[in-house]
Design a protein around this ligand. Structure first.
Ligand code: NAP
Ligand code: MG
Length: 400
């Protein structure tokens, strides 16, 4: 059978530890037998980031902006222990942070649903996609611990010398104060990424904040979403048969629990941080969660939501075989192949991505799976078989 070909490269970013091993196996066992891969390759493994003074990460981000589609393996974000373990020149920044800052994107996280792996919320039969705003709020705050009677003020100084000052509180005794901010530009690009991605995958958008209490701060988010929707997306949404709705976050949480899923749940930075762990856990496992970074200009970077699975890697390095779940990394590849196929008009490539995803789901639903899924598997009359990573990939290849 002739292999599928395409013209524009996919930006391939290799990573670290156990996921670096899975990466090569996925290509060898599932993709390369069917697709003539054309990739612009960047090794974001920690050693190579250190050798290149982390320039390789920036080059990869530039390549994603240029070619429009990237696929990334999980990477180590160095801490003090890693600096020692790898003898690093410096504690380099998180590669995801660097890429996200360059592309100014929004991250969408989506659980992979399989027949046989039940959600903790029985009504959730469709995936819930979390869109988390990735700038500002409590993640770029300033905090002061107050250790006596004091008055706290909020002050804004404009370039022309004008000032605005508001009292926050009279603090008696001791207490704490926090200042946070956001920018219209960042909120606007968040809104455009959400609406653009919704059109792409044909899902409703639910946006929620606490604007009844935070009338100015959260109120500004609500206003910007509503204006951009009305001006730029309303007609397109109606034509695509999808909807945008705003609600109060409390109400939204309650309605999400009662829903069947299927929407994009757009959330401010902190809400998205918290709710994405809730959604991932409720749908089963972090190893079954994909992640895509979408820039406001329409560049896509696909990856798994989990890390490099260090504990498994140390066992692998000691010669043990491990049952590490490769599904989210496979879906990062299928996401990139499908998007490349759509953008370049190569339907065979997009079809292949769909067939590979179906093969993965069928394999799991028939009870062939990795160790992390065993306790979640429920299907009458089927006893699940736990395979090591390579045998699991080979089983998927048979189904494909
Ligand atoms: P992790 O790699 O996600 O793993 C945490 C634990 O979750 C694992 O020890 C394993 O539990 C389970 N797990 C995660 N993915 C799995 C999979 N595919 N199959 C089976 N089990 C899986 O998180 P971490 O241990 O906190 O971080 C490890 C490294 O990854 C760190 O250096 C961190 O900087 C990096 N990281 C990278 C990214 C990224 O590149 N996007 C994201 C997060 C973390 P058991 O050991 O109990 O089996
Ligand atoms: Mg979190």
């Amino acid at each position: 059978m002739a292999k599928i070909r395409y013209a524009t490269p996919i930006v391939e970013m290799q990573g670290d530890e156990m996921t670096r091993i899975l990466w090569d196996w996925i290509k060898e066992i599932l993709i390369e037998p069917h697709v003539e891969l054309k990739c612009d390759f960047y090794d974001l493994g920690l050693r190579h980031r250190d050798e290149t003074e982390d320039n390789v990460t920036l080059q990869a981000a530039q390549a994603i902006a240029k070619y429009g589609v990237g696929v990334k393996c999980a990477t180590i974000t160095p801490n003090a222990q890693r600096v020692e373990e790898y003898g690093l020149k410096k504690m380099w920044l998180s590669p995801n942070g660097t890429i996200r800052a360059y592309l100014d994107g929004t991250v969408f996280r989506e659980p992979i649903l399989c027949d046989g792996i039940a959600s903790y919320v029985p009504s959730w039969t469709k995936p819930i996609v979390i869109a988390r705003h990735a700038y500002g709020d409590v993640y770029r705050n300033k905090e002061i611990r107050v250790d006596g009677d004091a008055q706290a003020y909020l002050e804004v100084c404009y370039g022309d010398g004008n000032k605005r000052r508001e009292k926050i509180a009279d603090i008696s005794g001791a207490g704490i104060v926090q200042g946070i901010h956001n920018t219209d530009r960042s909120i606007e690009s968040f809104a455009r990424s959400c609406f653009g991605y919704a059109l792409d995958v044909r899902r409703d958008v639910w946006f929620a904040t606490k604007d009844t209490i935070s009338k100015t701060y959260d109120g500004r988010f609500k206003e910007i979403f509503s204006d951009i929707y009305a001006r730029e997306y309303k007609d397109k949404f109606e034509a695509a048969g999808i909807r945008y709705e705003y609600s109060l976050i409390d109400d939204s949480v309650a309605r999400i629990i009662r829903s069947e899923g299927g929407m994009i749940w757009a959330l401010k930075n902190y809400d998205g941080d918290v709710m994405s762990d809730m959604i991932a856990t409720a749908f089963g496992s972090l190893a079954m969660m994909t992640s895509v970074l979408v820039s406001p200009t329409g560049a896509y970077e696909f990856e798994a939501a989990h890390g490099t699975v260090t504990r498994h890697y140390y066992r692998y390095r000691d010669g043990e075989s491990t049952s590490t779940n490769p599904v989210a990394t496979v879906f990062a590849w299928t996401g990139a192949l499908r998007k490349r196929g759509e953008l370049d008009g190569v339907p065979a490539l997009a079809d292949f991505a769909v067939r590979l995803e179906t093969a993965v789901k069928n394999t799991i639903s028939q009870g062939f799976l990795t160790g992390d899924l065993k306790a979640l598997y429920r299907k009458e009359g089927v006893t699940p078989t736990v395979l090591d990573s390579r045998a699991f990939l080979e089983k998927i290849a048979q189904a494909l």
